[in-house]
Design a protein around this ligand. Structure first.
Ligand code: STX
Length: 323
């Protein structure tokens, strides 16, 4: 089984001005002369962490990570209720990636994204296919209405009725027909206590359901005030807007734009957050992309069977020198 490469530190990092008052944090690791790859994190609102650097051979890759607007180390931060999220949209994130690519003097890069990152990776690649050398996707999530309905209304709850009770606790019965809207009112309202309670419930629901086996440390982490509010506000903002994608299935309809680009799709069989039906729809529309199912994995990239296949993919794309 392949696993993460050893821990590394960035050799370059900074804040890039992307307009609308936003600065996005980026860092570059690995070989400065290596093959460029960009990591697109999940959520949206999850930010990058030090383990994300370790999914590529650092001798062969120039690894670029960035925190999407208003999360992680980017500024201003969504944990501050004063931070306006209006200019935080999928298509502005695609433009931010182009700015970052140009800023770093990169011609083409490998685009790598899991979960929400798979949607943003597809949105980017379909907008800028000439800038995309390969595509590596995990835990496919395309922000379609049926996917949101599954996770926040009628699907996952049947597998996690105990955690579901905690998710819906801050929302009165009569508002539960549309939980995304009900959470939105609290996350964007003026009551700080209600915001925090809603944010914790929202963020810990996800942390509790994304791994095949329980990960109490992850649930704890997503209960922390700043992370919980940031993550919940950004996700809820994106989901209330359907990710700014056109109906129906924009990212699947536009596969023709990227069909020629070498790609790998990795999906956990027991992903209860973004179930395999979405990955399957993508696979049917894009049979040219290598499709890999990890039979014993949930949603998180850290699932051993997922990680093994992701690193096999980045090794495979690294060229003949890959070990
Ligand atoms: N959100 C799916 C997603 O992108 C509905 C995602 N799921 N978990 C994460 O991201 C974290 C690992 C950032 C918690």
């Amino acid at each position: 089984m392949r696993t993460l490469y050893p821990p590394i530190d960035p050799h370059d990092s900074g804040l890039l001005d992307v307009g609308d008052g936003n600065q996005i944090y980026y860092e570059v690791c690995g070989n400065p002369d290596g093959k460029p790859a960009v990591m697109i994190h999940g959520g949206p609102g999850g930010g990058c962490n030090a383990n994300h650097r370790r999914q590529w051979n650092p001798d062969l890759y120039r690894i670029v990570l960035f925190d999407q607007r208003n999360c992680g180390r980017s500024r201003p931060h969504a944990s501050d209720p004063e931070t306006d999220l209006t200019a935080n949209t999928t298509w502005n994130l695609v433009a931010d990636m182009e700015r970052l690519r140009e800023h770093l003097g990169i011609e083409r890069w490998q685009v790598f994204g899991g979960s929400w990152g798979s949607a943003l990776a597809l949105a980017y690649a379909q907008t800028h296919p000439d800038r995309t050398s390969e595509i590596v996707l995990r835990g496919i999530f395309l922000v379609r209405p049926q996917e949101l309905h599954w996770f926040y209304q009628e699907g996952t709850r049947h597998l996690f009725p105990d955690l579901w009770e905690r998710l819906v606790a801050p929302i009165p019965e009569e508002e539960r027909d549309d939980l995304i809207a009900a959470f939105g009112r609290r996350l964007e309202g003026t009551d700080d206590e209600a915001r925090l309670a809603a944010a914790r419930a929202w963020s810990q629901w996800e942390a509790g359901t994304i791994t095949l086996l329980p990960n109490p440390a992850l649930v704890e982490e997503f209960g922390e005030d700043k992370l919980a509010v940031c993550f919940a506000r950004i996700e809820n903002h994106y989901f209330r807007h359907g990710g700014w994608f056109e109906p129906a299935d924009q990212l699947i309809r536009n596969v023709d734009r990227i069909r020629h680009i070498p790609a790998v799709i990795v999906q956990g069989r027991y992903d209860t957050c973004t179930p395999m039906a979405t990955a399957w729809d993508l696979h049917k529309a894009w049979p040219e992309a290598e499709f890999q199912v990890a039979p014993d994995a949930g949603h998180a990239y850290s699932e051993p069977g997922v990680l093994d296949r992701l690193i096999a993919a980045t090794d495979g794309f690294a060229g003949p020198a890959a070990g």
